[in-house]
Design a protein around this ligand. Structure first.
Ligand code: AMP
Ligand code: GLY
Length: 425
């Protein structure tokens, strides 16, 4: 099989790496890929943007690509699956209608309410004036969300009413682009977040191991939100009992309600959950794709060939697949970021030490890197994901940190407390 992976982050490097472990997969093409996918054996980069549907279709036909796997949400929300399917190309990832579950928070909220999925109390507004009145009535803390895709920046957890009002103003003034036509105002939940990703063919749902991300830039979960600074799986807070409830009360209800809305959802359904201090859970958001960096800890533990699962989703025969096989143990990933991220940061810094990290047993997935004249350079905010896999959490954690300590680039920053909820430090 030849598979084309769309995207350029750590998630896509991990997808390509996992797909290539299967005997059935001869070649993976990454469009556009990064410095890691450029040097991964069996993988090749293709310099096409993730929104170049026509270019991707032409290449897929010319090269006889058997499956296109879409990493990021933006092309899914723009309908890449519909476009390629119409040309007879198989795609792993939901269609445009299904991707609304991530692309519109108002739409997702109404789906959750209709399905009876536990979620934060919320109201949707099209006018700043009404939104502000509501915020005044509810009081702070309160969460203000821009409706559409805003690259993780459209959520403001406001600790005061004034902050919430400023967020509403900013959203309606278009600071989040077209994400600013609606605003969702939500009750502020506290607790621990867990990411439950599941594979689905629109009928059957197979949850993957639960993972915990670390969204804030600073240690102790402080400072600005990022794409994710580190993760581990499985997350012990998501006990088998909790996972069984999530399957029933969240995933099954979501898929059934999507079907009621005429949507045949095939791909990854990702539920971002808040586990409240009393052990209840509520859905914070749905995503229509693999998480980043969750994928970088889930896939190293997966033993079932990934392309078989993906094809089963696309061809709606997931039910025939045997239960997913997982390695015993834990995986931890730590993100090496460019200094200044998630604000402004420099690019083009030389990266050294990756082979030493690998010699220590770590798996290094590239995110924002590029290969230029045989030199590996930084090319984004999140640069590398250094992953450790071990028989238990402590071993995996130690391996990830031993690995990242080998790596250097100017301005490199990483959190030293990934997994603090497990270690208690
Ligand atoms: P979302 O894009 O909806 O996942 O939001 C991004 C982040 O904002 C989440 O991972 C949470 O950390 C935070 N967040 C979102 N909704 C809420 C909420 N209702 N209460 C508290 N924090 C939230
Ligand atoms: N790690 C969070 C996300 O992928 O949305």
């Amino acid at each position: 099989m030849q598979i084309l992976v769309v995207g350029s982050g750590g998630r896509e490097h991990a997808l390509a790496w996992k797909l290539l472990q299967s005997q059935q997969v001869e070649k993976v093409i990454c469009a556009p890929g990064n410095g890691g996918t450029a040097i991964l054996s069996g993988c090749q980069n293709l310099p096409l943007g993730v929104d170049d549907f026509e270019g991707i279709a032409k290449f897929a036909h010319k090269e006889g690509i058997n499956l296109v796997v879409v990493g990021p949400e933006v092309p899914l929300a723009q309908g890449i699956t519909d476009y390629l399917n119409a040309q007879g190309i198989m795609v792993f990832g939901p269609n445009k209608a299904g991707a609304q579950i991530e692309a519109s928070k108002a739409w997702a909220k109404s789906l959750m309410q209709e399905a009876g999925i536990p979620t934060a109390k919320a109201a949707v507004f099209t006018q700043a004036k009404d939104a502000k009145l509501y915020v005044k009535a509810q009081g702070a803390p309160i969460v203000v969300k821009a409706d559409g895709l805003a690259a993780g920046k459209g959520v403001i957890v406001a600790t005061t009413v004034t902050e919430a009002e400023a967020a509403i103003e900013a959203i309606f003034q278009g600071q989040f682009g077209s994400a600013g036509n609606f605003v969702v105002i939500e009750e502020c939940l506290t607790g621990q977040e867990v990411s439950v990703l599941a594979l689905t063919d629109g009928l059957t749902i197979r949850p993957l191991l639960p993972a915990q991300d670390h969204k804030r830039i600073g240690e102790g979960d402080t400072g600005d939100n990022t794409g994710g600074m580190g993760a581990y799986a499985p997350a012990p807070i998501a006990t088998p009992e909790l996972m069984a409830r999530v399957q029933q009360e969240v995933l099954s209800r979501a898929i059934a309600t999507l079907r009621n809305r005429g949507i045949d959802y095939r791909g990854v359904l990702y539920a971002g959950l808040m586990i409240t201090p009393v052990g209840e859970f509520k859905v914070l958001e749905f995503n229509c794709r693999f998480g980043d960096p969750e994928t970088q800890v889930i896939l190293p533990l997966l033993e079932t060939p990934l392309e078989e699962l993906m094809l089963a989703c696309v061809q709606q025969r997931l039910q025939e697949m045997p239960p997913l096989a997982w390695k015993e143990g834990t995986a931890v990933t730590v993100v090496a970021a460019s200094g200044g991220y998630p604000g402004a940061y420099a690019k083009g810094k030389t990266i050294t030490g990756i082979s030493s990290a690998e010699a220590q047993g770590a798996i290094v997935f590239h995110a924002g890197t590029k290969l230029q004249a045989q030199q590996l350079l930084t090319d984004g905010g999140r640069v590398l994901n250094v992953t450790g896999v071990g028989a238990n959490f402590q071993q995996a954690l130690a391996q990830a940190y031993r690995g990242i300590e080998c790596i250097q680039f100017q301005g490199m920053y990483y959190r030293r407390d990934i997994g603090h909820r497990v270690t208690g430090k």
